[in-house]
Design a protein around this ligand. Structure first.
Ligand SMILES: [Zn+2]
Length: 335
């Protein structure tokens, strides 16, 4: 069985010899960049460099999946956000934006797929499909509609508006939905096997359960309905109390953070969605020892996680040896 076949089976809750081990979010690290001589921000703007750095996840540490892009600013930039590229060559770009004050002030861009860095991402997916597509699953990362709204309107203002003027928040969230769906479907047409919807600002830690249910979940559901392929819904933070709501979106797979109760997630989702995650990215992967990563990985396997993966984006500070410890533990103990 190739890693791609195993991944697609596990994603759809079909029987596999062992769980796949992959990452639904960004995988690039300083160590990988140093080995390749490819750095940010070049890897954000050059398709070949983007593909090569993303493939380091498979080539250097054996993660069974390759995903692009590395950031969540591609869509927001096209909607008018100024992206601030980091000073150091390993910095992740930021979008220090005051925010549009009303949804009416936002112009929805035409010809979305031809704008900004989207052509670069689509070309990178084509390159990856060509070079690795028979063996390794390729993932396309898009931003969740609520997180795009948080970029467009500014997160602090969104939080205030969610109490004072909830209708406006929903209007902001609805703005990018069609464009994100179009982008996701283009990724599938260019060779992606699955779409990861990264909805970091929809975290219960920020919005609470009610906030997720009112302002993010209906739009996640609508987006997933429009995407013509398998979907992985990633919500940051402790998702324990929203697993049932995440399932209702119709996502093929739920990507859960390390704070989420893995056993509960697996139990609630059986027959409805697969579960991916929930290895701690900070204390274990970035700053832990390989022994701590092994213990953390064993815990996730024993909890019944379908696809073992970091619970969120991999920190650029993560050493390859820790990622390899996660991969090797799944390979030796997963069956
Ligand atoms: Zn996350």
């Amino acid at each position: 069985m190739t890693p791609r076949e195993r991944f697609l089976k596990a994603l759809h809750l079909k029987k596999v010899d062992r769980p796949p081990v992959t990452s639904p979010n960004q995988t690039a690290t300083i160590e990988q960049m140093d080995k390749l001589g490819i750095y940010f921000p070049d890897a954000y703007r050059d398709a070949r460099k983007m593909a090569k750095l993303a493939a380091a996840a498979w080539e250097q540490v054996g993660l069974e999946g390759i995903g692009v892009p590395f950031c969540q600013t591609v869509e927001a930039e096209i909607f008018g956000l100024e992206v601030k590229w980091g000073k150091r060559k390993t910095d992740i770009p930021e979008a220090p934006f005051k925010g549009y004050s009303t949804p009416e002030g936002v112009e929805v861009p035409e010809n979305f797929l031809e704008r900004g860095r989207i052509p670069v991402v689509l070309e990178a997916i084509e390159i990856l499909k060509e070079e690795y597509g028979d063996e390794v699953p390729i993932m396309g990362h898009v931003i969740g509609p609520f997180s795009l709204a948080a970029h467009l309107a500014n997160m602090e203002k969104i939080l205030k508006m969610s109490i004072k003027n909830p209708v406006i928040v929903k209007e902001f969230t609805n703005l990018g939905l069609e464009a994100i769906a179009e982008y996701a479907n283009a990724m599938l047409e260019h060779g992606a096997d699955a779409i990861v919807i990264e909805n970091m600002f929809a975290s219960v830690d920020i919005m609470g359960v009610k906030g997720y249910v009112n302002f993010a979940q209906p739009f996640d559901r609508e987006l997933i309905r429009k995407i013509k392929g398998p979907t992985i819904l990633h919500i940051c933070g402790d998702g324990t109390k929203i697993i049932d709501k995440m399932i209702e979106t119709g996502a093929t797979c739920l990507s859960i953070d390390s704070k989420t109760d893995a056993r509960h997630a697996v139990e609630v989702s059986r027959g409805k969605a697969s579960i991916m995650g929930n290895i701690d990215t900070v204390y274990a992967l970035a700053f832990g020892t390989p022994e701590e990563v092994i213990a953390e990985t064993k815990r996730a396997i024993e909890a019944g996680i379908d696809i073992i993966a970091p619970g969120c984006a991999i920190s650029p500070l993560t050493p390859n040896r820790n990622l390899r410890a996660m991969v090797e533990t799944v390979k030796s103990l997963g069956s």
